[in-house]
Design a protein around this ligand. Structure first.
Ligand code: ZN
Ligand code: ZN
Length: 188
């Protein structure tokens, strides 16, 4: 069975080098749906608590919210950074508080202090799905990701090969020692 969680992300991007309106910087509210699959945890009668999926994923996905997402070779990138630098907001601002954990993968690098994500490939809906799966695959048993932005929607399904041991009292993933970090439950 699956637990399905949705996130709204507001961001600006453009398709650098693309012949169409999308080559101009513009913004979206994108909707990301993550489907987590596992057996039903008998203790709590759920696959995984959706608020815990939200917490786990949002810690990272927050980097895409109110962010400017540009490809690494986009000449807009150094220009924006220069403006932020001059304005004194490149390395953060007192109002820039809703920040995610910085990350760096082969596909994307997040700079939460300047709310910029630099991507290797153009950030299409397909590109976003690849980035998100790569970031979350070790934390959640992801069976499917759907991303909708403007008129574009893409989805990808993944084979679930493992089951995650979860707390029978609150449903969250146990540590490798079989301990629940939320309620203190111990497996053995
Ligand atoms: Zn767009
Ligand atoms: Zn627990």
């Amino acid at each position: 069975m699956k637990s399905i969680t949705r996130f709204d992300l507001q961001y600006a991007h453009r398709f650098y080098g693309f012949r169409g309106e999308a080559q101009y910087l513009h913004g979206h509210t994108g909707t990301l749906t993550i489907e987590v699959e596992d057996g039903i945890n008998q203790g709590v009668n759920m696959v995984f608590p959706c608020n815990e999926i939200k917490k786990t994923a949002w810690a990272i996905l927050q980097n895409f919210d109110h962010a400017t997402i540009l490809r690494e070779d986009d000449p807009l990138l150094p220009v924006i950074l220069e403006v932020y630098e001059k304005q004194g907001i490149k390395n953060g601002a007192p109002q820039n508080t809703m920040k995610g954990e910085a990350f760096k993968t082969d596909l994307a690098v997040a700079y939460p202090d300047s709310r910029i994500v630099v991507t290797k490939e153009t950030m299409t809906v397909e590109g976003m799905i690849k980035i998100v799966y790569d970031l979350l695959k070790d934390k959640l048993n992801i069976a499917k990701i759907t991303f909708k932005s403007g008129d574009n929607t893409a989805s990808e399904e993944y084979n679930i090969t493992k089951t995650i041991d979860r707390c029978p009292l609150c449903g969250i993933a146990l540590t490798s020692e079989g301990i629940c970090t939320k309620c203190g439950y111990r497996k053995n």
